[in-house]
Design a protein. Structure first.
Length: 340
């Protein structure tokens, strides 16, 4: 064997993570595009694709979308046998629930027990009908929350969040929340740097603030209020030190009480929770991109101590600073999953 062949044998490229998109009649075209666009952009440092995205349906052939186009799906449910992740987008039929199409339950039963399963928008109805969400936290589009509760009382529905992750089962709210969920999965698989690159390439934020409660139509109680954007920008510049509610309110020249109300209306969360999430993100970036010690990362991210940072990371992303760095810093590309 020559050296070139030997080198190639010693450094075989790992197989990309296989992601199957299970589409149904009336699939929302935007959601199908979201999955292919985001996961299709994920690349390792050498430019290799990190995901093999394959679309399948119950019966291969033309599939109607919610737009004036059809998509030609060449693969049947056998693709689900080998999928590491299965994503179920919504269908326009979900808004007028009818009996599930023949073969859907059998198709879902083909998914491996260790595979990750995610739904976008009302795709959660499919997972719930199959019993996959019983006893778990899940979400769906806020317009269908009452119907979901009535049909699936064993699921712990949270209609206020953008997405949920309960073990291997993940669900997202409306169509655009599918972007948030896909970025979350990419981040869990390959770290914040890869997810941020995908977000930049798609021109979307790596994280959206708040939950879907902020998008629910409500009566207008007062004229529109000023933005809290200046305060948030100031906070990010001073994240390394304690940031008080009074300081944030002063940035907008309002009282702390008024600021808190406006902040929650605008972001869907409280100033304290928002700051905690920003500090977790800052810590993750520093753990991935620098040689700083855990104590130094904790100080620069504004946690003060390594112990405090450890508690926040465990609560926010389910792992410790050391484990996060070991998993994601200069990590070779892998077809498998981590951080589930």
């Amino acid at each position: 064997m020559d050296n070139t062949c030997e080198d190639r044998a010693m450094h075989d490229d790992p197989a990309p993570h296989r992601l199957a998109v299970l589409v149904r009649d009336g699939v929302l075209a935007m959601e199908l595009g979201i999955v292919h666009r985001l996961f299709g952009q994920a690349r390792d440092a050498a430019g290799r694709a990190l995901y093999d995205v394959v679309t399948c349906t119950l019966v291969p052939g033309p599939v109607r979308t919610d737009a004036d186009v059809e998509v030609l799906v060449r693969h049947g449910p056998e693709v689900l046998d080998t999928a590491d992740t299965v994503v179920v987008p919504a269908s326009d039929l979900d808004y007028a629930p009818s009996p599930p199409p023949a073969g859907l339950a059998e198709a879902l039963a083909r998914i491996r027990p260790d595979a990750r399963i995610a739904s976008i928008c009302t795709g959660s109805f499919v997972l719930a009908a199959a019993g996959l969400l019983d006893g778990l936290a899940a979400t769906t589009h806020w317009r269908t929350a009452d119907l979901f509760r009535a049909l699936h009382p064993r699921v712990h529905l949270d209609p206020d969040v953008l997405y949920t992750a309960a073990g291997r089962m993940l669900t997202s709210a409306g169509e655009a929340a599918g972007i948030d969920l896909c970025l979350h999965m990419i981040r869990a698989d390959h770290g914040a740097a890869v997810a941020n690159d995908v977000a930049r390439g798609t021109v979307v934020p790596p994280h959206r603030e708040g939950g879907q409660a902020q998008y629910v139509r409500r009566p207008v109680a007062e004229p529109s209020v000023s933005s809290t954007g200046r305060a948030r920008a100031w906070a990010l510049e001073h994240l390394h030190r304690p940031v008080t509610l009074r300081e944030l309110a002063a940035c907008e020249s309002v009282s702390p009480r008024t600021f808190t109300r406006r902040f929650r209306d605008e972001t869907g969360t409280s100033p304290g929770r928002w700051l905690a999430r920003q500090r977790v993100e800052r810590a993750c970036a520093l753990l991935e991109e620098t040689d700083l010690t855990v104590d130094e990362v904790a100080e620069r991210a504004g946690f003060g101590t390594a112990g405090s940072m450890r508690l926040h990371l465990q609560a926010g992303i389910g792992t410790s600073p050391t484990a996060y760095r070991r998993t994601f810093r200069a990590r070779p590309a892998s077809g498998g999953r981590s951080g589930d």
